[in-house]
Design a protein around this ligand. Structure first.
Ligand code: ADP
Ligand code: MG
Length: 238
């Protein structure tokens, strides 16, 4: 325990919450599917970044997280790696019907595309398909893609609500709800839409990330999951 605290101090990993797993120093000690680790190596992920060291084992344990870490610190991988791992393992045991297992929301179409690009690289060769559900593209084509069977939906709130209210997609198998740029997603403007989607899901694990997290957002996030773990990377109280 003391060692864990020393390690966190050295890596500037600050945590709040009960029973938080120790940071991992290598991807190989996370119990990830071998193909996923291979894909990560191909993508140049040799060592986990500090945010990944702490967030990945906690997410793999099924814990809900609110995480802040600087831009460029590897937050996308921190949520995609546990999502891909869960999806691949779940599909080995239960393959049909192939309904989405995870939803990740971001504020913009461009960010969604970036997240999907990383997801495709990391999930290559695994039972892991993604669908983009964003404005600006024909809705029928996106719906068709989802109905063909995907594991992860990456979207903006408005377009996903369009599909949900038409009762065109089934989200009852969703186990993980990810919010990238959560500081923006839980601000006035997006908050009601995000909450509408969240309440349509059955108590998913929450993975929420941002470069900065306001006290307001921390409060809302704590109400969404009673046992949330809060992680921030960098000097405390900066
Ligand atoms: P942000 O924290 O701003 O969301 P990103 O997740 O977009 O940052 O990551 C920034 C860049 O770092 C991306 O190009 C990503 O592929 C790369 N990256 C992420 N994790 C690692 C890692 N463990 N090793 C090497 N590169 C990584
Ligand atoms: Mg990011």
């Amino acid at each position: 325990c003391d060692q864990t605290e020393l390690l966190r101090k050295k890596l500037e990993i600050n945590v709040k919450g009960d029973v938080i797993p120790a940071p991992v120093l290598a991807f190989s000690s996370c119990g990830l599917p071998q193909k996923l680790v291979q894909n990560m190596e191909t993508a140049g992920y040799v060592m986990p970044t500090p945010v990944q060291m702490q967030a990945i084992p906690a997410a793999l344990d099924g814990q809900s997280l609110l995480v802040s870490a600087d831009t460029g610190s590897g937050k996308t991988g921190s949520f995609l790696i546990p999502i891909i791992s869960l999806c691949a393992k779940f599909r080995q045991n239960f393959s049909n019907p192939r309904k989405p297992l995870a939803v990740v929301l971001t504020p913009t179409r461009e960010l969604c595309i970036q997240v999907e690009d990383q997801a495709k690289v990391l999930g290559k060769g695994l039972p892991f398909k993604t669908a983009l559900v964003v404005g600006g593209d024909p809705i029928a084509r996106q719906l068709y893609r989802v109905q063909q069977g995907v594991e992860l939906i990456i979207g903006t709130p408005g377009r996903l609500i369009d599909l949900l209210t038409k009762q065109d997609i089934e989200l009852d198998d969703v186990k993980i709800f990810g919010l990238d740029e959560v500081d923006c997603m839980l601000q006035r403007g997006f908050r009601d839409q995000v909450m509408q989607i969240f309440t349509a899901l059955s108590q998913p694990q929450l993975l929420m990330y941002s470069a900065t997290i306001s006290q307001d957002v921390e409060k809302i996030a704590s109400c969404m999951a009673s046992d949330i773990i809060i992680v921030s990377i960098g000097k405390p109280n900066r």
